[in-house]
Design a protein around this ligand. Sequence first.
Ligand SMILES: [Zn+2]
Length: 315
Amino acid sequence: MHSGFFSERVVAAPGGNVRYRQDSLFGFTCRISPEREKRVPVRGFIPESSGVSCPFCPENIMGATPSFADGKKLLIGESVTFPNLYPFSGSHIVTVITNSHNPVGLSVRQIIDALTGQYVALTGCGGYPSINWNNLPSSGASMVHPHMQGISDQSPSYVNRIFIGKSREFMSRHGCCYWDKLRESEADSERYISGDEILWCASPVPIGEKEIRGYLPFSSLPDFGSYISDISSGLKKIIDYYHSCGHFAFNATIRFDKEDNDGSFRSFVSVIARINPNEMSVSDSAFMERLHFEPVCMTLPEKIPSMFKGSDSGN
Ligand SMILES: [Zn+2]
């Protein structure tokens, strides 16, 4: 189960083992406690299509959202892309994915069109971009209506600075790309799910519950365009897998290096399952996640591939 890419310490605690894992290069840590899955589940709501209207609904969106400097929004398929009204980034771009306010499911086509909107709008922004997605309010989304958010700044976010900076250090120390070595190891591990050029695997040191990563064969945004279709198919399968486990809320990100880079960092998709919206506002982000930066997960990453394959209808 172990590789040089992470370490694990297992501590027997009353009620079950706790696994402490640490990523060797980046230093990120987590705890995995499968026993916590046995807790009484929080009663969540199952999303259904509804007639509720919001600023992202088709009848409101053109008037209720900002436009780019040319006075236009970007329309691709059903998706509508525009600058965030309340930005927290130098370039902060919203893409509303669907016409439907609260769809039961998303199609690969809808995800392709939305990611294409993000790709086009972020191109030329410069800096260190990422494409992000909070799905449902319990994951942090302020709007139920499905939407993605691209940000790009002159310096990367805290976590992306660690990923990119340590990748550069690895390259200069060892003369090779860390991600090539990681891919080789993960493709041959119990965490491998599918793919070759894009390698989909459960993360050995998950940042959140049931984290799945898609390791991409490029570093920066310009190369993203030709992989949008395959990435979207992979995302759709992850969403379907989460649904099969009862998770409707999730967070996703795709991290990119700046355009002028040395190839030491490789982009990757990261998706984590989140607690469903619930009447008591119970959160899955507590003192360990917010104040100790050490997420507590329930599902052992090595169990995910067999669960995932069981949920794959082949569509
Ligand atoms: Zn809406």
